[in-house]
Write a protein that binds this ligand. Structure first.
Ligand code: NDP
Length: 246
């Protein structure tokens, strides 16, 4: 039985920066064969080259998670490159916070398309592969906002609540050999604040967490913990906050 990370083929969406980049680097360091996906191919290329320069195994393919065909091709690419797929990390996401009465309807749609539909596309892409070999693992990255709502986070939290519900339902529907893990980060160093279009709101958020951000690698270690368990151990949920975030 394979209980280590070493050799596992792990596909990661949103691997061009932040948490996804950290997951790719950390797992590759632990011997996983990683497949990086996102829209910014230049970033993916640089990160992939860094990993391989350190002796890791990595490939990349650009994808937009809002396009189901892209995501299906991404999962197939992993199998074509490395012969199998063991873990699919649904990480791509954005967080354009705003008050509801700002009516940023396009941003609501974007969050629903990337944060919810993107995850569903990942499931549709990887589950048939997992079912065929009757093994595999989903790691869905939500947020502490998957169980908490505050002003300006209403729609963002709604998308993450949805992913938590989807993960719980998926876990119960799949065979006993397929694992579903939810990882819910608190405030973490990444490019995520750049998705906030209101400059004052962005500054406020950055200021609030200036001295209390998790390094993205802290989330990568949580993901690694879930992956490295024996296959009959399914770590259902991990919530990680900076100690100073209450
Ligand atoms: P980043 O902005 O650094 O990373 C987001 C990633 O998602 C990028 O790689 C981006 O790549 C990708 N992405 C966005 N839209 C798409 C798309 N349409 N198709 C494919 N990829 C896309 O932020 P984080 O690393 O923080 O975000 C990663 C996840 O962590 C998100 O789901 C976020 O909600 C979650 N999270 C983050 C927290 C934090 O404090 N940082 C806290 C809680 C949860 P590209 O632009 O190249 O497509």
């Amino acid at each position: 039985e394979q209980i280590k990370i070493e050799g596992k083929v792990v596909a990661i969406t949103g691997a061009s920066s932040g948490i996804g980049e950290a997951i790719a680097k950390h797992l590759a360091k632990s011997g996983a064969r990683v497949v990086l996906g996102a829209r910014r191919a230049d970033n993916l290329k640089t990160i992939t080259e860094f990993i391989t320069s350190q002796g890791g195994q990595a490939v990349y393919k650009s994808l937009d998670v809002t396009n189901p065909d892209d995501v299906a091709e991404f999962a197939k690419f992993a199998v074509d490159e490395f012969g199998t797929l063991d873990v699919f990390v649904n990480n791509a996401g954005l967080m354009p916070l705003s008050m509801i009465n700002s009516y940023k309807v396009n941003e609501w749609h974007q969050m629903i398309d990337v944060n919810i539909k993107g995850v569903l596309h990942g499931i549709a892409a990887a589950l048939p592969i997992f079912e065929k070999k009757d093994s595999g693992q989903f790691v869905n990255i939500t947020s502490v906002g998957d169980r908490w709502v505050g002003p300006t986070s209403t729609v963002y939290s709604a998308t993450k609540f949805a992913v938590r519900a989807i993960s719980d339902g998926l876990r119960q529907e799949v065979s006993n050999n397929i694992r579903v893990t939810l990882v819910a980060p608190g405030a973490t160093e990444s490019e995520l604040p750049n998705t906030i279009s209101d400059p004052a709101l962005k500054d406020q958020l950055v200021e609030r967490f200036r001295t209390s951000l998790l390094p993205a690698n802290a989330i990568a270690r949580a993901v690694a913990y879930a992956i490295e368990q024996p296959s009959d151990v399914d770590v259902n949920e991990i919530v990680v906050r900076p100690t100073a975030q209450k």
